[in-house]
Design a protein around this ligand. Structure first.
Ligand code: FES
Ligand code: FES
Length: 177
């Protein structure tokens, strides 16, 4: 028989949606996302912190969701690969992965995408070496990595250009408004 001590109530935000959920105290964040919330975009490869496939953003920082308990995510905002797009519009990093053929089987891709978003939010203009260093904890068996690096650099450039255009539109609105 299960004791009440085996479960905890977790309150958190996942992809901009609030949850208050009873969860087994030993359930990993990865299993909670995949099985309880049915967000199966987060993949499980090694399940011991080595491959990066399970990477999600916890309060904007990349974490291995296979190494964390769901209970440890109490009060946080988690972003998974499902939360990267906005109103059906792919995130620039997702568009760039598609454009550069930066995936083959796609198993590692959710982890690369979330880790890359964290990089670009922290460092909008990374060098190739910085991209390689940042993503060195994510393993891909298929691509040879070059197309992934190309995609991240391209997404960074796209995002900077879009920020500049947005800034120009805001300045114009202020002048004319
Ligand atoms: S499944 Fe978590 S690091 Fe591999
Ligand atoms: S695309 Fe297959 S493991 Fe990366």
């Amino acid at each position: 028989m299960r004791s009440p001590l085996d479960t905890v109530i977790v309150q958190l935000v996942v992809n901009r949606k609030s949850y208050r959920q009873e969860v087994e105290s030993r359930r990993t964040l990865a299993d909670f996302l995949r099985e309880d919330l049915e967000l199966t975009g987060t993949h499980l490869g090694c399940e011991h912190g080595a491959c990066g496939a399970c990477t999600v953003l916890l309060n904007d920082a990349p974490v291995r969701s296979c190494l964390m308990l769901a209970a440890q995510a109490e009060g946080t905002h988690v972003r998974t690969v499902e939360g990267l797009s906005t109103d059906g519009e792919l995130h620039p990093i997702q568009k760039a992965f598609k454009k550069h053929h930066a995936l083959q089987c796609g198993f590692c891709t959710p982890g690369f995408l979330t880790a890359s978003v964290a990089l670009l939010e922290e460092n909008p203009k990374p060098t190739e070496a910085e991209v390689r260093e940042w993503l060195s904890g994510n393993i891909c068996r298929c691509t040879g990595y070059q197309f992934i690096v190309d995609a991240v650099l391209d997404a960074a450039a796209e995002m900077r250009a879009s920020d500049r255009a947005e800034g120009g539109r805001s300045a114009e609105a202020t002048r004319t408004g």
